[in-house]
Design a protein around this ligand. Sequence first.
Ligand SMILES: [Zn+2]
Length: 545
Amino acid sequence: MKTAAIYTRVSSDQQKDKKTIGSQVDELLHFAQEQGYLVPEEYIFRDEGYSGAILVRPGLERVRDLSAEGQIQAVLIYSPDRLSRNYAYQVVLMDEFASCGTEVLFINSPKADTPEEALLLQFQGMIAEYERAIIKERSRRGKRFKAKSGVVSVLCGAPYGYNYIKKTDDTSAYYEINEQEASVVREMFRMYTEDFCGIGTVARKFTSEKIPTRKNIGKWERSVIWAMLRNPAYCGKACYGKTEHAERQRITKPLRAQGGFVAQSGCNREKPREEWIEIAVPAIISQETFDIAQERLKNNKLHSQRNTKVETLLQGMMVCSECGYSLYRTHTTTSAKKKIYYYRCFGSDAYRFEGVRKCNCKPIRQDYLDNIVWQQLVALLEEPKLIQREVEKRVEETKKASPVIKQKEIIVKQRTKLLQSMDKLLDAYQEGLITIVQLRKRMPDLQKRINTIDKELESLKNHELALDQRLQLLDAESFTSQLGLNVKQLDIKEKKKILRLLVKEVVVGDDIIDIKHSIPLKEAKNEKNSKSYQLCTRSNISVTK
Ligand SMILES: [Zn+2]
């Protein structure tokens, strides 16, 4: 008859649960009988109160010894997570047992009823992840195919103006015109294409007339009107695949409020119109009306105030210190028909927030502000030492934060301690407190440990060298010389380019301007999203407005 060992384990917090050591042993003994194994009493091992996350457990050690000595042909275990909760450890142990010719038998495959039973879960997790990826890809391809064959179910519901009719056994899903909503859509297009109303006018009119929105939020946002005017579904061509996943381009106000952290690395970006897949749906407006609307949208975009022909240095780089909204460029025209440009905080526009402005900051003259910021920048460029100093500070900080350096410090401390213990041993021997035999017995062990540490230090040194090499690329002088331009004779486009290289954003407050610098790293120069580190200098200048 073959001999087997039984291995059981419960962690301390699980003991109150039903799966006690006792019940595990009972079941395993029964199992052994069924499988025809003999289990001597002394081959039943119980690890009580041991976590599955560590391998050093007395019972487990004994089982491994028995297996290595060839005393057992099998180990019987309740479930793989009794062996270890860590998948890597499970693999190590299973390999070890297999190499000794010991079979491992589990009563239970993992059920994950309790966290403890999450056996092989990590591995299963990997498989599940792989399967999810495959399913996602299949579903994407499937949806594309369906969209191409004109099935509306691939679209997320129906837009305002339509009801989405779910598929039945006989019919597939379809859009049905919601007459009440459709009349709102028609009125929207009519106002925009015949009365030449602006989007804001349409939004205000609908809101004041209390026309319910889809979600009945009591307010028509301009962005909603804009999106509806652009939706080709209204002229009978609902579109699938309008957007794609893309890298995030800019930091929005909510993100800035969170410190510029981006939880999601990407965002959705519109794909070119010709890549959209059209699905025929009932039309609410004519193709002609839709085309006129598109033409008007295009023209408005072209002539929008934002679409400035007069470029200014700081456009899109300023943030209000009071409310966190960005500043936009605007102008007034004097009686002499002269345009005076200002930067104005979004939060200070009452019309954007139902008549109540969020911020009381005043607009600031564009030419003054541009000039001040540019002068600061020129000063910085003319003084490479200033940049160099900041770069050195960065290097220092990077080094300090490096795990390699931290680890080195710990190891060096360990080495010193070992040397001290060797000294103490020698002292003890010299003072006759220990014999030469005792000294000989203990010294080699300490020496061995020091050798190991020396080897580790050697490998860390290599890491450190690599780090140094990387940091050397951060060289300010070469950076400034690369600009190699006479900074005083640049046109606005070049100025803008340089500014965007060196400055992250400009925080504008009532009496303070805070220029947040950034500096590009050499190693990142060829990458698309070049990394930059914020410099610590801040230029605080009083500005008269
Ligand atoms: Zn503001």
